[in-house]
Design a binder for this molecule. Structure first.
Ligand code: AGP
Length: 589
């Protein structure tokens, strides 16, 4: 969480970093700030809220070739102007933007306070510029002071630092992402590529413990060993337009509708590689699948997919809970880590814990070059393109499609699996049209004032009921809960009244009769039933038709719920792309 960016080159730095911040806003949007170096002076501006439509002109910043910026998702310290980044050293010469958490900041702050340093914020970040000043006061050059400072930091960080008296911009990372964009006589640093994609597609992914010094040229070193590191420049095959909203009112709607193509891209993989990975899964002595939030629900669904398609037991754990299973791990275990961003701290830590036990790791990730892909043994990219809305939609179905394909490959039926997924894509294309969207919008109008909603599913669709609840909570702020249909009678039925819509996720499989009777149980207690199903049924007050897609029912059933969540959100005046209190990429524990 938090987006950082920096620019050094021939263009106007304030324009570039402000544009970059707007592209990174999905990473956090509590407050923002920039520091521009002009005539040996640092101009710093900080504001609470989203950067929104602010332009560099309005900020009346002088032209400069050098600047850094930050968009914040508060962790340490409240949402205040003082806590917004960049943070400055006491002598106001050094400015730093930071993404991550400095775990030992209190101890460092205590030390600096004893040395006479005064702090202006409650953040962990402020110790960084202050320590850089501390080392410079002791005679270090700027470069050495930054190295000595980051060696003191515990936790995860990506930082960019500038000094009013130096022409060097410095970036460093451990555990949080930092990408270097390489243009002609200009350089960009950012948490994510879209921040500078319109200027260059040539990037260098910094790895953990690497520091880059940017002048007229760049030099990358390992800050632990101080050895120079030669890195490959990679060409990014992304279209800058993919990261734009275009004519859509929100990224969420754009990304939901993109699923028509993104699922096809997800399964357009090297099939020999998929077979090789399926063999790894089959040969492993124990398979764990881990993820957080929506990615966690995808993992949970995968346990059903592997069980029913490949007779394979796969253990699911939320990444944050995974360390509790360490005792079961051996060097023959395989971990499958699922993530959109590839930067989620809980999942990174689960991978690190597994690797300590010699476990091999396969990551299924959307963001190219992200931390997870750099520490995993095998990677499958979801290829959804940038997903900007905080609520995951197109990446969810891409991940589900890949895991369905893997389950079929494990069963030696890859062809059957890919045929089913391709048919599902065709059917989704036929289903989602303007009248379908209108129907869901008018349903949203009817239920927008309800305070609670429940979602039930069985088998493959039980985790999808849980995921549906996440979607509704995230963007509509309605209290939504998902249940296994069979569990209703063991408690949750007591919550049902005539003000409680209940979504029943139905698949045309062996769970159909039971989930329909669960829907009846709710209906007979005055609940309003919204059936997401291939066929209408007397139990439904509203029917949202989905294709009859067999083992792809999780993919087709989540889409109308995503749309319902979207319309509920916009009808309630919420911006679904930036829900309150959340950030797209959760890089803290
Ligand atoms: C998705 O809608 C949520 N915003 C959230 O639960 C997300 O899935 C979770 O934080 C994991 O993120 P990742 O996929 O980037 O690892």
């Amino acid at each position: 969480m938090c987006g950082i960016t920096g620019y050094k080159g021939k263009r106007n730095a304030s324009e570039i970093v402000i544009k970059g911040l707007k592209k990174l806003e999905y990473r956090g949007y509590d407050s923002w700030g920039i520091a521009i170096k002009t005539d040996n002076h640092l101009n710093v501006i900080k504001r609470i809220g989203k950067i929104g439509d602010v332009s560099s002109k309005e900020l009346k910043l002088k032209k400069s070739s050098f600047g850094i910026a930050h968009t914040r998702w508060a962790t340490t310290g409240k949402v205040t102007q003082e806590n917004a980044h960049p943070h400055l050293s006491m002598d106001n010469k050094i400015a730093v933007v930071h993404n991550g958490i400095i775990e030992n900041y209190q101890e460092l702050k205590k030390f600096l306070t004893k040395q006479g340093f005064k702090f202006r914020s409650e953040t962990d970040t402020e110790v960084i510029p202050q320590f850089i000043q501390y080392f410079m006061d002791k005679g270090n050059s700027f470069n050495d002071a930054v190295i000595n400072t980051i060696k003191k930091l515990e936790g995860r960080f990506a930082i960019v630092a500038i000094n009013k008296d130096y022409d060097t911009m410095i970036g460093a990372r451990r555990g949080s992402p930092l990408v270097l964009g390489v243009g002609k006589d200009e350089f960009f640093l950012a948490s994510d590529i879209p921040a500078f994609l319109e200027y260059t597609k040539d990037v260098i992914f910094l790895d953990d413990n690497e520091i880059v010094f940017i002048n007229s040229k760049t030099e990358i070193r390992n800050f632990q060993t101080n050895k120079k590191v030669e890195k490959k420049t990679e060409k990014i095959d992304w279209d800058a337009k993919e990261a734009e909203k275009g004519s859509f009112p929100h990224f969420m709607l754009k990304e939901i509708l993109e699923q028509k193509e993104s699922i096809a891209r997800a399964v357009n993989q090297d099939l020999d590689e998929i077979k090789r990975i399926a063999k790894l899964i089959n040969d492993a002595f124990g398979v764990f699948i881990v993820g957080c939030g929506t990615a966690g629900k995808v993992c949970h669904t995968a346990t059903y997919l592997f069980s029913r398609i490949a007779d394979k037991h796969v253990n699911f754990s939320f990444s944050s809970e995974f360390p509790n299973y360490q005792h079961f791990l051996t060097d023959k275990t395989l971990m499958i880590a699922v993530s959109q961003s590839g930067e989620t701290a809980d999942t990174l830590e689960a991978i690190e814990a597994a690797k300590k036990k010699g476990v091999k790791v396969l990551s299924i990730v959307n963001v190219y070059g992200s931390s997870m892909t750099r520490i995993s043994d095998y990677n499958i990219y979801v290829k959804s393109g940038p997903e900007k809305c905080v609520a995951s939609t197109k990446v969810t179905t891409g991940q589900l499609a890949i895991l369905t394909m893997l389950a079929y490959a494990c069963a030696g039926k890859l062809e059957e699996g890919t045929k089913l997924i391709k048919q599902t894509i065709t059917d989704i294309n036929k289903t989602i049209n303007d009248s379908y969207l209108k129907k869901i919008k008018s349903l949203a109008e009817k239920i927008r004032d309800n305070e609670s909603m429940y979602i039930i599913g069985r088998g493959l669709n039980y985790p999808i009921a849980l995921e549906s609840a996440i979607k509704l909570q995230e963007v509509s702020y309605i209290h939504a809960e998902g249940f296994a249909g069979g569990e209703l009678k063991h408690g949750p039925l007591a919550l049902i009244d005539n003000k409680t819509p209940c979504i029943a996720l139905v698949a045309n499989d062996e769970t159909k009769a039971d989930i329909l009777s669960n829907a009846e149980e709710v209906k007979s207690r005055a609940g309003l039933i919204i059936g997401v199903a291939p066929e209408n049924n007397p139990a439904f007050d509203y029917w949202l038709e989905v294709p009859d897609s067999g083992n792809c029912s999780p993919i087709v059933n989540i889409i109308p719920v995503q749309l319902l969540a979207y319309y509920l959100s916009t009808l309630k005046g919420i911006d679904p792309d930036y829900p309150k209190n959340l950030a797209k990429c959760v890089s803290v524990k």
